[in-house]
Design a protein around this ligand. Structure first.
Ligand SMILES: [Zn+2]
Length: 85
């Protein structure tokens, strides 16, 4: 298994095996970490510059946001509530 500590968007580190990659994202607001497992093939596409929605078409909007910026759904809601006030 390959471990990488390079930050990519909201992903602070990841562990790649041949088929699956574990992504660890960190919310920039509450600093909570979140772990998700994706296909290594798709993650490599993302690292090579594919958009999140291209690399992970099946991913939920919440998880996509975690991959892009790390923002967790809780802080995302809070942010939007504060902006619309
Ligand atoms: Zn958060």
């Amino acid at each position: 298994m390959l471990r990488c500590d390079e930050r990519v968007g909201g992903v602070v580190r990841f562990f790649s095996a041949r088929e699956k990659t574990m992504l660890v994202t960190e919310c920039p607001f509450c600093k909570k970490e979140h772990v998700m497992v994706v296909s290594t093939l798709n993650w490599v596409q993302r690292l090579q510059g594919a958009l999140v929605q291209e690399a992970f078409p099946e991913m939920s909007a919440e998880d996509r946001e975690r991959v892009v910026s790390g923002t967790c759904p809780k802080c995302w809601d809070k942010f939007f509530k504060e902006v619309s006030r």
